[in-house]
Design a protein around this ligand. Structure first.
Ligand code: UD1
Ligand code: CA
Length: 464
């Protein structure tokens, strides 16, 4: 169950360059299990159903905008120069908002969950705090801002690593960089924050001592699972985040009735959907927007990208599917390749070493061995013999092959498109079909005469 907060404004900070990624792409557009880290954060923010979301972008803002598009209730603020997290938040001041509470999250923490953010917001509202920071207790606090508490364990400050004394560096409670703040107080304090620190930046955490000096309530809310706040600064952390998220996604599907064999070898991306009683076998990758209905078996070692599968389908080992859709009880593979626009109806069988592209295959039809079917519309209950090729390309243009119902195509037939085959037709093995094939009856192209050479002797090894 998701937690909702309608009087909330969310500000996502995503203006930084991400130098440590060593990339031409803005950091927040790098993907974690098929979704950019910014999309992960944005979707988690949207799940809170806030009044509005503000994205502070700067470095690569055009790319970031193109990537995110124009979701409802999303506003953009531009931070032209990256002068620090406090300065970044200030860029959102001009945006219209009637929210009384602001949640500030970073675009580089994709593992955050709805529950954890809800816990922070609820604690903020319950205690009537002015500033609440989400903190975590960690074994290795390196790189994070440290939460400084007084003898009564009240929070007094957040000190960045570069500004910390040796003693403060020992503190193991760190700031996640996520804050919940009263909106009016936030901007009034931010205008007072200076940049007299080791990095010469305007630090968002510096609103904390200002609020305290003002006699306001400030608190740190400790998160249950510190792995959620992993901030991605380089590609090592990117792969750590993938591992954490992958374990989460796999156990979610397992709880919903999906069997996953050798789970540590399987990749299931964040936007994938899987029905009940499916079995995902070793080395399989379910990518992008792939959808599986109920009772499907996939793999081992199958790759499915943006593909839609109905119920009861078997995808046998080493098959590769990309932008395909498949009806109930069909079977595919082993070693099949379904390319974009392959649409298999119910009970279709696609066998080994068969490639299908931009083709509709009607219910119950079989293409079992070593074929290429491209730019084709095929009816129901056809049997396409081994090695059948639709010759769809003349070097410049693609042409269509249209096959009726109940057609039997003999092995090693070439269908030179554009060409049509009438329902019920049988085509003899080895035919080269260049003209329309009549309904029913047998059609075959001229065959080379078969000869017999009676006295021919097969050479043996060692013959000179
Ligand atoms: C920040 C916090 C630190 C916290 C840590 C948690 C500050 C000063 N430090 O450090 O206390 O423990 O996060 O991960 O807040 N950004 C902008 N504009 C800027 C600077 C940053 O938009 O001018 C954005 C970045 O794109 C990023 C986020 O703010 O998404 C955090 O910035 P980053 O430089 O990664 O801060 P940290 O050093 O990790
Ligand atoms: Ca960071």
């Amino acid at each position: 169950m998701l937690h909702h907060f309608s009087t909330l404004q969310v500000i996502i900070l995503a203006a930084g360059k991400g130098t440590r990624m060593a990339s031409n792409q803005p950091k927040v557009l790098h993907q974690v299990l098929g979704k950019s880290m910014l999309e992960h954060v944005l979707h988690t923010a949207e799940d809170l159903q806030p009044e509005s979301v503000c994205l502070v972008a700067g470095h690569g803002i055009e790319e970031v905008k193109a990537h995110i598009g124009e979701p409802e209730n999303l506003f953009w603020a531009e931070q032209k120069e990256q002068l620090g997290t406090g300065h970044a938040v200030l860029q959102a001041e001009v945006l219209p908002s009637v929210a009384d509470t602001v949640l500030i999250v970073c675009g580089d923490t994709p593992l955050l969950t709805n529950e954890t953010l809800a816990k922070l917001i609820k604690a903020h509202q319950k205690h009537k705090a002015v500033v609440s920071v989400l903190s975590a207790k960690v074994d290795n606090p390196q790189g994070y801002g440290r939460i400084v508490r007084d003898a009564d364990s009240n929070v007094t400050n957040i000190v960045e690593e570069k500004d910390a004394t040796d003693k403060q560096r020992q503190i193991q409670e760190v700031s996640s960089g996520i804050f919940c703040v009263n909106r009016e107080a936030l901007f009034s304090y931010l205008h007072q924050v200076g940049n007299d620190n080791a990095q010469g930046e305007y630090y968002l955490p510096d609103i904390l001592p200002l609020a305290l000096a003002d006699g306001k309530l400030v608190q740190a809310v400790i998160m249950d699972d510190s792995s959620e706040m992993l901030g991605i600064n380089d590609r090592i952390q990117l792969s750590q985040a993938e591992s954490v998220m992958q374990r989460r996604i796999l156990s979610e599907w397992q709880q919903k009735g999906v069997t996953i064999e050798q789970a540590e070898t399987v990749r299931i991306e964040a936007s994938v959907n899987i029905g009940m009683d499916c079995t995902i076998k070793a080395g399989t990758q379910l990518l992008g927007s792939t959808h599986l209905g109920d009772d499907c078996t996939v793999g081992p070692y199958a790759v499915l990208q943006n593909s839609w599968l109905a119920d009861g389908i078997t995808i046998a080992p080493f098959s590769h599917l990309e932008e395909t859709s498949i009806g109930d009880d069909a079977t595919v593979g082993p070693f099949a390749r379904l390319r974009p626009g392959a649409r298999l109806d119910d009970k279709v069988k696609i066998g080994n070493f068969v490639e299908v592209k931009k083709a509709v295959i009607g219910q119950g039809s079989k293409v079992n061995h070593l074929s290429y079917i491209g730019d084709t519309i095929m009816g129901e209950d056809c049997n396409i013999g081994a090695g059948t090729i639709t010759c769809n390309y003349d070097g410049a243009n693609k042409h269509q092959t249209i096959i009726g119902d109940g057609v039997f195509v003999g092995s090693d037939t070439k269908l030179v498109a554009p060409v049509q085959v009438g329902s019920g037709a049988t085509i003899g093995a080895g035919s080269i079909i260049t003209k329309q094939v009549q309904q029913n009856g047998l059609t075959l192209s001229a065959r080379p005469e078969q000869r017999h050479v009676k006295n021919w002797i097969r050479p043996k090894k060692g013959d000179k």
